[in-house]
Design a protein around this ligand. Structure first.
Ligand SMILES: C=C1C[C@]23C[C@@]1(O)CC[C@H]2[C@@]12CC[C@H](O)[C@@](C)(C(=O)O1)[C@H]2[C@@H]3C(=O)O
Ligand SMILES: O=C(O)CCC(=O)C(=O)O
Ligand SMILES: [Fe+2]
Length: 332
């Protein structure tokens, strides 16, 4: 890992951490094998827009295989990894996040989940054994997508929405615009000298899609913002998945569920590896509150398609309140 001067570090966003980073023990824990979990899911989405799932049914073998492939890929020389970049918007990226000047202490691979959309030349540069890497990605995505759909159907049940596949059918659609991301946050030992300050690995934001399913190794760093604006640190758990409500699910539930603001802080001594599936609708899909959620009430949002929302998202900075443009009453 490169050794950074103080000036170099200060190019990245540093935040003053007023409180020592304690791990928060109140993250809702949902056991998907329990018959009453739909009610807990609804509560968690209303209160936090975030929860952890266990008994998820994703084989540990798929998780471990992909983690091993990701570790191999990120340990290649930069020149090798860059053959898969730049991320415009898909491929290998290093420090630059998105097209609008955001940076973080992170390197990543960003992909479409539909394998045909990742052009052959791009995928053929996937490290030393591209076929093995692609197979690990594909096994993992299929299993996680299945679990994400089950969670969305339980949410629909909990909200008494009919049909119960009202959300999940958007991920199952052949045209679904879902993404997959492998993130690597290298350790930054120089941080220890900057007592009391943390560096941003991935800046604060909400995910624009319907649902995000995140798995990381046992390195801390992920934080979520509570409704009162305080940031809390999520205890890492390599055997479970963390689920985020995305902006689109907020709109489809007419604000009953709220997308969660989250960020990642750099760890001074350990590498963090994360893998995130972003379940999105087809580009032409109209994103609007479901009729059975409205019960005759008014939509809080102007009408838009996922294509229109994505266009706005990709012209925004990471931390922007993207949904603000689509609220009927402007956000204060
Ligand atoms: C700064 C940006 C990066 C991002 C596209 C955007 O313009 C605003 C949303 C960002 C985000 C956050 C969640 C996901 O990581 C992501 C892939 C997405 O769909 O929206 C990223 C985009 C990105 O990294 O390209
Ligand atoms: O890497 C992580 O733990 C979270 C990253 C994230 O929020 C994202 O890629 O959208
Ligand atoms: Fe995110």
């Amino acid at each position: 890992m490169v050794v950074l001067s103080k000036q170099a570090i200060e190019q990245f966003s540093l935040i003053r951490n007023c409180m020592p980073t304690t791990l928060f023990s109140g993250i809702p824990l949902i056991d998907l094998s329990k018959p009453d979990c739909k009610h807990l899911l609804v509560e968690a989405c209303q209160e936090f827009g975030f929860f952890k799932v266990i008994n998820h049914g994703v084989p540990m073998e798929f998780i471990n295989q992909l983690e091993a492939e990701a570790i191999n890929f990120f340990s290649l020389p930069l020149s090798e990894k860059e053959k898969t970049g730049p991320p415009a918007p898909f491929g290998y990226g290093n420090k630059k996040i998105g097209p609008n000047g955001d940076v973080g202490w992170v390197e990543y691979l960003l992909l479409k989940t539909n394998p045909e959309s990742n052009s052959q030349s791009f995928v053929s540069n996937f490290g030393e054994n591209p076929d093995k890497f692609c197979a690990a990605i594909s096994d993992y995505i299929s299993a996680v997508k299945r679990m994400a759909c089950e969670v969305l159907e339980l949410m629909a049940d909990g909200l008494k929405i009919q049909p119960r596949n009202a959300f999940s059918k958007l991920l199952m659609d052949e045209e679904s615009d879902s993404l997959f991301r492998l993130n690597h946050y290298p350790p930054c030992p120089e941080l220890q000298a900057l007592n009391g300050r943390d560096m941003i690995g991935f800046g604060e934001h909400t995910d624009p899609q319907i649902i995000s399913v995140l798995r990381s190794n046992n390195t801390s760093g992920l934080q979520i913002s509570l409704r009162d604006g305080n940031w809390i640190s999520v205890p890492p758990d390599q055997n479970s998945f963390f689920i985020n409500v995305g902006d689109s699910l907020q709109v489809m539930t007419n604000g009953r569920f709220q997308s969660v603001r989250h960020r990642v802080l750099t760890n001074s001594c350990q590498s963090r590896h994360s893998m995130i599936y972003f379940g999105g609708p087809p580009l032409s899909e109209k994103i609007a509150p479901l009729p059975s959620i409205m019960e005759g009430g008014e939509s809080l949002y102007k009408e838009f398609t996922w294509f229109e929302y994505k266009k706005t998202a990709y012209s925004s900075k990471l931390a922007d309140n993207r949904l603000g443009h689509f609220e009927k009453i402007a956000a204060s």
